[in-house]
Design a protein around this ligand. Structure first.
Ligand code: PAN
Ligand code: ZN
Length: 186
């Protein structure tokens, strides 16, 4: 049986002391995500492998809801800011909420039909992700980007489509500022 609980989230570090699910994605594990393969290899050679983002989740058995945090390091590969893999949910009826607690970024969203949207991620902004919109977060600032996420426990992650085709839009740095551009490789 699920029981009520008050779960502390550190909005600066993203740490959730009571989290019972954790994983880290290193830059090296994200080969193929970034368009500039030479820049990717140069980054790994010069900076070494290290965490790109960490995910902590809080799940209670038999509950319909899970939540947790994602903490994304700042950085760029070529002109692309550090980003998450991006996914649809396996269950097409399941949306999600991202509540940014610190740092700055952009949430890239797209439908299977080709519609795209961007939502600014900044402290205090709650991003609503409707069902069946693919979503990828991008850290566009110089600090870690920390956001709390809340979704259905059985939503599931479907990475296949974004992994093989990328997303329609890229978040890149142009003249020292963020630009959202069409992905020439899509
Ligand atoms: C988030 C994401 C998390 C990492 O918890 O899973 O930010 O992003 P990727 O899973 O795309 O690598 C979420 O959207 N869950 O559904
Ligand atoms: Zn999701």
């Amino acid at each position: 049986m699920s029981l009520p609980a008050g779960i502390f989230i550190n909005g600066v570090t993203g740490e959730v002391p009571d989290a019972n699910e954790h994983y880290i994605k290193t830059i090296g594990e994200l080969r193929g995500l970034y368009r500039d393969v030479t820049a990717f290899d140069t980054y790994l050679r010069d900076c070494g492998d290290g965490p790109a983002y960490a995910v902590a989740g809080y799940r209670q058995a038999d509950s319909d809801i899970i939540f947790g945090t994602t903490t994304m390091q700042p950085g760029k590969i070529g002109d692309e800011y550090f980003m998450t893999r991006g996914h649809y949910h396996v269950r097409r009826d399941c949306g999600e909420v991202y509540y940014t607690q610190s740092g700055h970024g952009v949430l890239l969203l797209q439908t299977r039909e080709g519609e795209t949207r961007e939502v600014t991620m900044a402290p205090g902004v709650c991003a609503f992700i409707p069902p069946d919109w693919a979503h990828r977060s991008v850290n566009t600032g110089p600090e870690p980007l920390v956001f709390a996420w809340f979704c259905q426990a059985t939503a599931g992650h479907d990475y296949g489509d974004i992994l093989s085709h990328g997303m329609r839009k890229l978040a890149v740095e142009r003249a020292d500022t963020l630009a959202i551009v069409a992905n020439p490789g899509f």
